[in-house]
Design a protein. Structure first.
Length: 115
């Protein structure tokens, strides 16, 4: 089982990034997918989640209207489009796969929002 995040980096305030999480080793289309983030000294927090079919999404209030979660079950990949980034969005971003019985985590990708 692997979840590999990519797309992080350094971006100026107001900029955009798209994170990807490529999955392998499990039936991706049977799992809900969630993006979390963890800033230094803070607890890990849920950012956005999407159902296994993509028909249902949820966003934390802090990112609603700026971030969009999507998935491509044919490519076993979930995305997080992040617009209007702010310095408080700086964190390590993780993807998580969830079924009724199992959870899998990726290793994370760093996003830094700074001028």
């Amino acid at each position: 089982v692997q979840l590999v995040e990519s797309g992080g980096g350094l971006v100026q305030p107001g900029g955009s990034l798209t994170l990807s999480c490529a999955a392998s080793g499990f039936p991706f289309s049977s799992y809900a997918m969630t993006w979390y983030r963890q800033a230094p000294g803070k607890e890990r927090e849920l950012v956005a989640s999407i159902s296994n079919t993509g028909g249902s999404t949820y966003y934390a209030d802090s990112v609603k209207g700026r971030f969009t979660i999507s998935r491509d079950n044919a490519k076993n990949t979930v995305y997080l489009q992040m617009n209007s980034l702010k310095p408080p969005d700086t964190a390590v971003y993780y993807c998580k796969a969830t079924s009724s019985y199992l959870n899998y985590w990726g290793q994370g990708t760093q996003v830094t929002v700074s001028s």
